[in-house]
Design a protein around this ligand. Structure first.
Ligand SMILES: N[C@@H](CCC(=O)N[C@@H](CS)C(=O)NCC(=O)O)C(=O)O
Length: 203
């Protein structure tokens, strides 16, 4: 298996964490879709990482789809519950965490637009999504809705990547002060070797 990923992509980190938790061997191909010589669009027409190339050559993209594929390999630990409704709830937790990441990426891209093209209103709108997402994530983690509590599930992986991305891109946000439940949760998650080994480089 090959994984095309940039080292700072929180979505690619999700897949790298899943592969590490399952101890699945793979070749990491570092490729940034923002660079002129990127190979990503030849494998994913949407030009985004992560992209997974399976051993038989089939390609999968969009991180939740890649997770779905990796689960079909039947390698423990399963990160999606077997029960259909519990599975949907786990996917909802993943979508919530990914949505926080989406808003953080959108806010970052908007903040990097040139003077005169940048919209402070749009940045603020995305920050409201992040804040509402964090409130909901904290509530779901506390009530274990979509989260198992003991066993790692996909929502935990996505949440760790979302919170780690906030640390990388918005170091002054101080989400830990306003979300102490998430602060304790993130401390446990980010200490796992799968997260430590995929810590994004600064920049
Ligand atoms: N929903 C996608 C999002 C992937 C995504 O947006 N990746 C970013 C890197 S963090 C990317 O490749 N962006 C390039 C672009 O938008 O052109 C997933 O979960 O895989």
């Amino acid at each position: 298996m090959k994984l095309l990923a940039s080292l700072t992509s929180p979505y690619a980190r999700k897949i790298r964490v899943v592969l590490a938790e399952k101890n699945l061997p793979f070749e990491l191909v570092v490729d940034s879709p923002w660079e002129a010589n990127t190979r990503v669009p030849t494998l994913n027409p949407l030009g985004k990482v992560p992209v997974l190339v399976a051993d038989d050559g089939e390609t999968f993209f969009d991180s939740p789809v890649i997770v779905g594929y990796l689960e079909t390999l039947g390698v423990a630990p399963a990160l999606l519950p077997a029960d259909p409704l519990a599975r949907v709830r786990a996917r909802q937790a993943e979508a919530l965490a990914d949505g926080i990441t989406d808003a953080a990426v959108a806010a970052l891209l908007e903040s990097r637009r040139p003077d005169g093209e940048r919209s402070a209103r749009e940045i603020e709108r995305q920050h409201h999504k992040i804040e509402r997402g964090l409130v909901e994530l904290g509530a779901r983690v506390s009530s274990q809705r979509g989260f198992d509590g003991a066993a790692l599930q996909i929502g935990d992986v996505a949440a760790g990547c979302a919170l780690g991305y906030l640390d990388l891109r918005f170091p002054t946000l101080d989400w830990r002060a306003s979300h102490p439940v998430l602060a304790a949760y993130a401390a446990r998650l980010l200490a796992r070797p799968s997260f430590v080994d995929t810590t994004p480089p600064a920049g």
